[in-house]
Ligand binder design. Structure first.
Ligand code: FE
Ligand code: FE
Ligand code: ZN
Length: 302
């Protein structure tokens, strides 16, 4: 099982990300090249990158399966504010260059939000932007993430994902990142995951899927909310998620947890303990641990 979580990219860059992933017992990971909410980015140090690559090699982390996630601020769908639209395009281009420098093959992107323009026009803007950004020289593949459909978010249906991919010129450089919480919230039943994969395969092609985000959901199917929950504590449930992570058709696909941190007490606002080490163990064992949150508090108090 190729499984990890999103990790931070701190002062020591990619080395810090690898160390954090290893502390969770992961064999892959996903990172942002800075804070996901902003676009402040530091220059990449070749020494640190080399050190990170060595650390991955020593620990059997295949760099070809490591994922980078673009910041949420990028919106390729809306071109009403030309300055913002150009900023998004330039930033994505730079993000692809950073991935290339770091040796990362996949960059996950939220397709965008239409905010005030026709959905079809918004989809066409995404296509136009992608066709300008992706060139024959591009080495990192952009993965369109399936979204929950919160607000005016695009990419919450396979139809919209297909619409974009169909119009991208260089199809070998575009892919899909599934997200189980988003799919559930968008109305796809995760209890019938093989049916979903069949549909995706017939409609777009399973070969486009290069990553899957593994999250439970706080909300019921088709509620378009996008609030992640710890594995087994949400509406998708442990059994369904376990079937997804062990599905033979996605065996080679990296699985990335983006579940929430757990706080001191259930009603505390603070979310301080990363759940990933224990969630990974739980999924590998195939056994739900109802005391997960309590165990986390004990584990990190030591
Ligand atoms: Fe995402
Ligand atoms: Fe996600
Ligand atoms: Zn989400």
């Amino acid at each position: 099982m190729i499984i990890g979580s999103h990790v931070s990219y701190g002062k020591d860059g990619l080395v810090g990300s690898v160390k954090e992933a290893l502390s969770y017992g992961a064999n892959t990971f996903m990172f942002y090249t800075g804070a996901p909410q902003n676009t402040i980015r530091k220059a990449i140090s070749p020494e640190i990158t080399k050190e990170a690559h060595n650390l991955m090699k020593e620990n059997n982390i295949d760099i070809n399966k490591v994922i980078c996630h673009a910041p949420y601020i990028i919106n390729l769908a809306n071109n009403l504010d030309k300055r913002k639209y150009d900023f998004s395009k330039n930033f994505l281009k730079e993000e692809l260059n950073r991935c290339e420098e770091l040796g990362i093959k996949y960059l996950v992107l939220h397709p965008g939000s239409s905010v005030g323009i026709e959905r079809e026009q918004a989809l066409n803007n995404i296509v136009d932007a992608l066709n300008k950004i992706i060139t024959p020289e591009t080495k990192t593949m952009i993965l369109l993430e399936t979204m929950a459909g919160k607000g005016t978010e695009l990419g919450s249906s396979l139809e919209e994902i297909e619409y974009i991919i169909d119009k991208v010129n260089l199809k070998e450089k575009i892919g899909i990142c599934l997200d189980t919480c988003h799919l559930n919230d968008a109305g796809y039943n995760m209890a019938c995951f093989d049916d979903f994969l069949d549909m995706l395969d017939n409609f777009i092609g399973l070969n486009y899927v290069k990553c899957i985000h593994i999250n439970d959901s706080k909300n019921l199917i088709n509620t378009h909310k996008d609030r992640h929950e710890n594995i087994g504590f949400g509406t998708i449930g442990f059994l369904n998620i376990e079937r997804i992570v062990t599905n033979k058709r996605l065996e080679e696909i990296p699985k990335i947890l983006e579940t929430p941190y757990v706080g001191e007490s259930d009603d505390s606002k603070e979310r301080i303990y990363p759940p990933y080490k224990l969630e990974i163990e739980m999924l590998k064992k195939g056994e739900f641990e109802p005391n997960l949150k309590q165990m986390l508090r004990e584990y990190y108090k030591k």
